[in-house]
Design a protein around this ligand. Structure first.
Ligand code: SF4
Ligand SMILES: [Zn+2]
Length: 340
């Protein structure tokens, strides 16, 4: 694997850091999406709060992550977080599944002060059945989890951006701040605290060939399956202000093929069986910046992936009609490793 050009990563991080905002009372986005809870289809409500964001993103960050651009450029106060949530709640329709994102870690006290975390949890208690949020592993402590649990009487689910279970891929291609073992340790703590664990696995970080990327994610699903109740395969999409975007603009990177994602999901499902929910909600799917095929067959493959995600029945995805572009994908898979 070629190593990352470190000075370029630092420049990218410095350029995307926003100026400190004057006003911090507006949330970033809300939307509604399809999900499933314990095997039953349901609606989910998603909020993205504006906070200081992931501390690592401002230092160097991961090669594919541009969320730092959407942050406040400073820490949010407790009142600002509560104002954001109050405004977001006007769109809430009692969806049973609520996901709260912060472009970082909900459990980082510099992003969301503990008192605000408790009030956010209370706002959904008795209305939602499950509350999901994301965190870096070092913030997953019994104290932090208890602080949320005190306010919310339903199920808690914590998503960890594990990305891969291979340390060299995590350190050199994704450039995470934490090690694989730190993520797995956090997953064990979640299990001990009876909190649901969700792993994000990244399909095709830079510097891997398409075939290496497929094998990396299939291997990672097999290694993560005993510690997480849900595994979400996230194909890289080109976000602004990232090293991956620079590579893509120089034609040194192509987002993964949908055929690759299909192969990962089919092989992954064989490996996890019914014990783990294997899902994928690709961002920018069927678009040159996201996971895509030839752009004509993409719609039907994406629909088959969505159906498999929601139903956990992967047979229709296995049988989805192929397209002539699958030959090109196979051909590139077999030759790409020869490229310098
Ligand atoms: S992927 Fe996660 S850890 Fe990496 S910079 Fe983005 S938010 Fe931070
Ligand atoms: Zn096609």
């Amino acid at each position: 694997m070629k190593s990352l050009v470190r000075p370029e990563a630092l420049t990218v991080a410095a350029e995307r850091k926003p100026e400190p905002a004057d006003e911090g009372g507006e949330y970033l986005k809300v939307w509604h999406e399809k999900e499933s809870l314990n095997g039953t289809p349901c609606d989910a409500f998603v909020i993205i709060l504006r906070t200081s964001g992931c501390y690592w993103a401002h230092t160097r960050g991961c090669t594919m992550c541009g969320y730092a651009r959407e942050t406040l450029g400073r820490e949010a106060t407790e009142d600002e977080i509560l104002s954001q949530v109050a405004k977001a709640m006007t769109h809430y329709r009692d969806e049973p599944y609520v996901k709260i994102y912060t472009s970082g870690s909900f459990l980082d006290p510099h992003e969301v002060p503990p008192a605000a975390r408790l009030r956010v949890a209370k706002a959904f208690s008795g209305r939602a059945r499950r509350l999901l949020f994301e965190s870096l592993p070092e913030f997953v402590t019994p104290e932090a989890i208890d602080g949320v649990r005190k306010g919310f009487e339903g199920e808690l689910e914590v998503a960890l951006g594990l990305e891969t279970t291979q340390d060299d891929v995590l350190q050199k291609a994704v450039t995470k701040v934490s090690t694989v073992e730190e993520y797995l340790g956090a997953a064990r703590r979640l299990r001990d605290l009876q909190v649901l664990g969700k792993a994000y696995l990244l399909l095709k970080p830079p510097f891997l060939t398409e075939r290496q990327a497929i094998e990396d994610t299939v291997l990672s699903i097999g290694k993560a399956k005993d510690l997480f109740q849900t595994i979400s395969v996230n194909p890289v999409h080109i976000q602004g202000g990232t090293l991956v975007e620079r590579l893509w603009r120089r034609e040194l990177y192509r987002p993964p093929w949908l055929w690759s994602l299909r192969e990962v999901l089919l092989r992954g499902k064989e490996s996890v069986g019914d014990a783990v929910r294997l899902v994928s909600f690709p961002t920018s799917g069927g678009n040159p910046r996201g996971v895509h095929n030839c752009l004509t067959c993409d719609g039907r493959v994406l629909r088959a992936i969505e159906r498999a995600t929601l139903s956990q029945d992967f047979e229709p995805l296995r049988k989805v009609a192929e397209c002539t572009c699958i030959e090109r994908w196979r051909w590139e898979n077999s030759l790409e490793y020869l490229a310098p």
